[in-house]
Design a protein around this ligand. Sequence first.
Ligand code: BES
Ligand code: MN
Ligand code: MN
Length: 453
Amino acid sequence: MSTQDYIEDNKDRFLDELFELLRIPSISADSAYKADVRKTAEYVEQKLRDAGADKVCLEETSGNPIVYGEKMIDASKPTILVYGHYDVQPSVPDELWNTPPFEPTLIDGNIYARGACDDKGQFYMHLKAFEAMVASGDLHCNVKFMIEGEEEVGSTNLGPYVKANAEKLAADVVLISDTGMIANDIPSIDTGLRGLSYVEVEVTGPKIDLHSGTYGGAVANPINVLSSMIASLHDENRKITIPGFYDKVLEVSDEERSEMAKTPFDLEEYKKELDVDEVLGEAGFSTIERTGIRPTLDVNGIWGGYIGEGAKTVLPSKAFAKISMRLVPNQNSSEISDLFQKHFESIAPKSVRVKVSIHHGGEPALTPTDSKAYLAAARAMEKTFGKKPVPTRGGGSIPIVALFEEVLGLKTVLFGFGLDSDAIHSPNEKYGLFNFYRGIETIPYFYQYFAED
Ligand code: BES
Ligand code: MN
Ligand code: MN
């Protein structure tokens, strides 16, 4: 039986298995789910073994286990390193979900569940495509699987694992489905990811919360101060004001920008989808450029003072914020975090004390469009979609991609089948059945074309 026939014959079971995977709440950010995270790893381990992989095991780390498995068929054939993550983002706020986040539900051809697109639905396509190729005796490449459980919390333990196992992980290319495409009828391939710097700030005024009548107007209010400090991080052109922030930003050539301008994009549709009247971003750049080739700074959360029911008159002692910066080539995450810290401390008035803590970060990455692997991926998509994919620059981050290049010397193909509207990290995350099955059908063609001379 051919690989494609095998896929067709086993479609329903593939979906059942994905549903079972989606039912386990593998939230890596919350230690209350530690046992579920492990259960998920064990489930993936079992499925990888069932699919026909050898040397399948859980690689223990000081955090969540990495699922490893491989199939080496012929030393003269190329080797693909498949990476994905079985951990998911927290589902909160749960009340905004129309269906329970860990009870996958099929509505109008979409699978609704946390992790449906990011990344369970996407990495599972690789296991099933592999199973089909093995079962049909039509596997053209060697393959190594590495599915981790800490991507959503910064892949802290994966870096050391990759460094310690560089030989074992040797391959010709890394293949990852953890990004999106423009639309189901406009296939695309991401050719870049942004990096990330993430900091938390604490602003302290008086040693305790004070009566805002007795002291208000005379003593610095840390929330007022933090708000104006944050506001000052952008100028009137929405440029970031941290000195040195743009120094290493790789400027994109006019030629490349006019290529980008041809990317199918409907601003009116975009605004409608998000329910905003106008977009806002760095002056002189289009929306696609603002998310693809320009760095940004966003407050992810801000808190302090009284937020309970009713009104309490209080001049708070402390204010906090979590702030992230998306980085582009050739910015460096620890350099940018340091620049932020220095600047933030320097703009604080003497009436408060500020503390900046630096969280995990990640480096930006670019992937080539002229490599054998990219061309094989483009050809595979053209085969199943009937259209050549458009190269695009993604706005999200997968920090391990830069590390694959640095440690293993490997370039990545971002073979993503999600959509922006899949609401990853948001309530009502979904993944289309179309996307799940199209991914499974497309992946074997990549193997076939990549193995051709
Ligand atoms: N799959 C995403 C990355 C992504 C999102 C790529 C959207 C392309 C489009 C990944 O799981 C993710 O969420 N990464 C985090 C970074 C990580 C260090 C927490 C991100 O981008 O915020
Ligand atoms: Mn992901
Ligand atoms: Mn994610």
